[in-house]
Structure formats: structure tokens, C-alpha cells
Design a protein around this ligand. Structure first.
Ligand SMILES: [Zn+2]
Length: 196
């Protein structure tokens, strides 16, 4: 079997029920999930005595997420850790982000683990990622349902993100204008050539 040892630690091996050096290993897995072929690295324990691999409860959970993340990436959806990272940018809690978006209170918690988000929710999260101005407007709408401390904290985070991105937006706007101008010029030159 193709497996890579990442750790070796002496503890009770739940495979043979003896205490010995148990290896943590990474094994490349390929499976079909919702009709899509996915490949991912799964983590297992390896018992040298029984020569068997097995999973702890925690590995059962994390391997399921790894598999679903591989599926999400293949479908162009945000992975669970990307969703965590977007939320972390604003320093907002899972339940408060749900509140802002008008989603059920546990939705984000589930998306950050086993449940695969639908396309519409995925697009909204991607928009949150790049649009602190939109986040600020959602935050303002939800102000009455948030504690003043939370509101202030999220507001400060989103404002500093907005300021950080503002230069980038400006540069993009200038670039877009330049491209429009160039297209117009090319069009004018083309018309002249046609006229000649
Ligand atoms: Zn063992």
C-alpha cells in the first residue's frame, strides 16, 4: 500500500488493544462522491503488529471532510477551510454571519465541516470574501440584532479591509476605463481603415 508515515507515537492501539508505537499515515484515496471522481489524502493509524490500518473517531470525521473538500474544489466550490478563512477575515462568529445573511443559525457551522454548500450560498460567500463594502451594508442592516461590542468589532474589521482593498478597486476601475478607451481607439482606427 502507498502510505506515508507522518507520526509515530506510543499509545494504546485500538486495533490490537496493546500499547505500542502506533504510526499515523497518509494514504491517497480515490472515490466517487455524488457521481464525481475525487482524490484526496486520508489519514489513518497503522498497527505494525496486526499490519492493519484503521481510523480513530476523529479521523473518520476529518477524512469525511477531506473527501468532501476534494469534491467541493473539483466543483469550483469553496472548501470548508476557505469558508473558515473568509469568516476569519471579518473576525465574525459563525452564528452572527448567519444572522447577517439571513441563514439558519447553524448553516455556516455545517458548511465549515461536513455539509456541502449549494451554488447560490457559495456565490454569496465568495462575494463576502471580496466585497467588504457589501459586508458593511449587511452589518448595518443587522445592527439591531447584534450586541454593540460585536457590531463595533465587525465594523472595524470590515472597514480596515475596505480601506486595504480600496486602492485595488481604484486601480481596477482605472484599468477598466483604460481598456474601454483603447477599444474605442481601435474601433475608430478600424472604421477609418474601412472608410479608406
Ligand atoms: Zn496495534
Amino acid at each position: 500500500m502507498n502510505m506515508k508515515i507522518v507520526n509515530t507515537k506510543k499509545h494504546l492501539c485500538t486495533c490490537c488493544m496493546e500499547e505500542h508505537e502506533v504510526k499515523t499515515v497518509i494514504v491517497p484515496e480515490h472515490t466517487v462522491f455524488k457521481g464525481i471522481e475525487v482524490s484526496y489524502d486520508a489519514e489513518y493509524m497503522y498497527c505494525d503488529l496486526a499490519e492493519e490500518i484503521y481510523m480513530t473517531d476523529q479521523q473518520i470525521q476529518s477524512n469525511d471532510i477531506r473527501m468532501k473538500d476534494a469534491y467541493r474544489m473539483k466543483q469550483g466550490l469553496l472548501s470548508s477551510s476557505q469558508i473558515v478563512a473568509i469568516r476569519a477575515k471579518y473576525g465574525i462568529s459563525q452564528s452572527d454571519l448567519c444572522l447577517l445573511l439571513g441563514w439558519g443559525g447553524k448553516t455556516i457551522t455545517r458548511y465549515e465541516s461536513h455539509q456541502i454548500q449549494d451554488k447560490a450560498h457559495d456565490m454569496i460567500l465568495k462575494k463576502i470574501d471580496v466585497d467588504p463594502e457589501w459586508f458593511l451594508s449587511l452589518l448595518t442592516d443587522a445592527r439591531g440584532n447584534l450586541s454593540e461590542d460585536s457590531f463595533r468589532k465587525y465594523y472595524d474589521a470590515a472597514t480596515s479591509l475596505y480601506e486595504k482593498y480600496r486602492d485595488l478597486y481604484l486601480r481596477k476601475a482605472i484599468e477598466a476605463q483604460r481598456i474601454r478607451y483603447m477599444k474605442k481607439r481601435i474601433h475608430q482606427v478600424d472604421s477609418k481603415l474601412v472608410a479608406q
